[in-house]
Write a protein that binds this ligand. Structure first.
Ligand code: ADP
Length: 454
């Protein structure tokens, strides 16, 4: 057999198909989950930055100098910020106590812009590029060394003391405040989650691969059984055909070697050739019939068939064989009115095979009884003989193709080993049941139940 055979190849294909489907689902689910986690981390970060910006804005509002420009007054409000075009102060506390969390210059930066968007002050180390447009509320800014920052911009207002006592303080547009939050932690988290997803999905795929292989094996099991049966059948058929063909060839070879006047020997040889030819022809007919019976049902035309009529016809047909075998042949219940919807030729074949088997396997002096009856809406047809019987072990196999309890005897008597397989296939096609009851030495009973028409 060429490796891999059709069955392993199909199993592999099925397993790959299973794995592809499971893999797609796993990858979809894995990356969906990954996306959701990243989305919720991002939202948490945005709300953190937004809250900080709001708090800082409210704290700075009353302290901001009147002019939005780099001045000593501004440096006093936000010590630690670098004023534009002035050297940066030594790092100390960046912001007053209310903004403790954003004094962490590793994670945050601050930028102050005037109303036109020109930079006034910034925390040391804040990114230079891409941060100038104050109208963009959210943006991702690339810092030095490839670090990314999530930047949020809001309008900065200054509260102006009211001119008259008791009046509400006025809010003046002062400029913009930009807060950047480092995405280093989030990027590291993304990386970790990405690899975790890859590893989990990879491992799950490995397990799914093994499961797919096992499942495809399960799915292929009935196919494998059918395939093996087919292989066995082909081997058996070849074996059965080989013997008669070899005999035929041997006889023909011998015939060619004869001197012309040996007429009698020729006649004997021709008789052997004829016998073997008939056996071959019978085998081929049975094989074809079996193949047709196991094929599509639509091909055969169904009609109402009278079982008593079929039984009477076959009693007549087989009476000669029964007499030759020294047996008594009887029909019981032939007058009953039993009609089934089926294929007449197949029903003839069914009864004929059972009767001929009974005659074949019953020694002279015995009896073969064909009986017809009715049981719970079904026709019951029985063939009873007082013959050699069948052992319990063989009863399990007699409906298998080419099975014979005694191959030598069956072949000698012209049996093909397909008779009961054909009977079983016909019963099956007529939605019936067949059973056998037998005891070696005391005969056998084959019972067939068929649904009655109407
Ligand atoms: P075969 O051509 O050998 O008769 P079948 O398929 O008709 O093939 O039967 C299979 C085997 O079942 C036979 O070889 C025989 O051993 C057994 N068998 C069938 N019918 C009978 C019977 N009436 N009595 C005893 N044995 C039987």
């Amino acid at each position: 057999m060429v490796w891999p055979g059709p069955i392993p190849r199909s199993r592999l294909r099925l397993a790959v198909a299973y794995l592809a489907v499971i893999g797609l689902i796993l990858y979809g689910a894995g990356y969906g989950l990954f996306g959701l986690l990243m989305r919720s981390n991002w939202s948490a970060l945005e709300s953190e930055v937004e809250t900080l910006a709001g708090t800082l804005h409210d704290s700075l509002k009353p302290l901001l100098p009147a002019e939005a420009r780099p001045s000593a007054q501004l440096a006093a409000v936000l010590p630690g910020l670098c004023l534009v075009e002035q050297p940066c102060p030594k790092p100390s506390t960046l912001l007053p106590r209310h903004a403790v969390s954003i004094t962490d210059s590793e994670r945050f930066y601050l930028r102050l812009l005037d109303r036109r968007g020109a930079l006034i002050a910034h925390s040391p180390g804040s990114p230079k590029a891409g941060a100038q447009d104050p109208n963009l509320t959210w943006m991702v800014v690339a810092g030095e060394g490839g670090e990314r920052f999530l930047q949020y911009a809001i309008h900065l207002h200054r509260s102006h003391a009211p001119a008259q006592a008791g009046a509400a303080p006025m809010e003046l547009d002062w400029g913009y405040l930009q807060i950047g939050r480092s995405l280093r932690g989030l990027d590291a988290e993304r990386e970790r989650l990405w690899w975790a997803t890859q590893t989990i999905v990879g491992l799950a795929l490995l397990v799914a691969g093994l499961a797919s292989w096992w499942l495809s094996g399960l799915a292929m099991r009935p196919l494998l059984a059918a395939y093996r049966q087919q292989e066995q059948f082909t081997a058996d058929a070849a074996h059965e055909l080989r013997a008669p063909v070899a005999n035929l060839l041997a006889v023909v070879e011998a015939h060619r070697a004869l001197v012309p006047d040996e007429r009698t020997a020729t006649r004997d040889m021709l008789a052997v050739v004829h016998g073997q030819g008939k056996r071959l022809s019978g085998l081929i007919t049975d094989l074809l019939l079996l193949t047709r019976l196991e094929g599509s049902e639509a091909a055969a035309a169904r009609q109402l068939c009278s079982l008593p009529q079929i039984a009477r016809d076959l009693m007549e047909e087989t009476s000669e064989a029964a007499a030759a075998a020294g047996l008594q042949l009887r029909l019981v219940g032939g007058e009953a009115d039993l009609v089934v919807l089926g294929v007449e030729s197949e029903l003839y074949q069914l009864v004929s095979n059972l009767l001929l088997n009974a005659i074949q396997y019953t020694p002279p002096g015995g009896e073969v009884v064909l009986s017809l009856g009715r049981e719970r809406g079904q026709a019951v047809l029985q063939v009873r003989d007082s013959g050699i019987g069948i052992t319990t072990a063989d009863q399990q196999h007699i409906f298998d193709r080419f099975f014979r309890s005694d191959p030598g005897r069956s072949r000698r008597q012209g049996g093909t080993g397909l008779g009961l397989s054909i009977v079983a296939a016909i019963v099956h096609r007529h939605r019936g049941e067949i059973s056998v009851a037998s005891k070696p030495g005391s005969g056998s009973v084959f019972s067939v139940k068929l649904p009655l028409a109407g």
